[in-house]
Design a protein around this ligand. Sequence first.
Ligand code: ZN
Length: 126
Amino acid sequence: MPIGKPSHDLSLKLKLLLIKHGKCSACVDRPKAKYCGRCFNTRLEPGVLEALTVLDLGAKFKENGKRVFQELSEDDYVNPPEGSYFSHVLERKKKLERLYDELQHAPAGSEHEAKAMRELLWAIDA
Ligand SMILES: [Zn+2]
């Protein structure tokens, strides 16, 4: 996918925001610690890691669904059946991107922006 394509760009910015705000609360204050039982040294909250995985996986389904996954099974990964793992991933991705889009369009420093940020962070904890 060419760099600079809007959806790609949005996803990358969202990931950077998640990484910036999603530091593991158990080890953020001791960066030299060699081991963290909460995040297993990723330095990110487990929910943030899951959200990042969802964004990556969701993009992969869309890009390569037919080509790559069809060899594994007959399931439709681009339009997966409701309730399946793949539909869950795509729904999470859509929700995160929608909340991020809202954050992007809120005026800087406004109450709307603060609210959009809170909602995004809640969605990650969920
Ligand atoms: Zn940690």
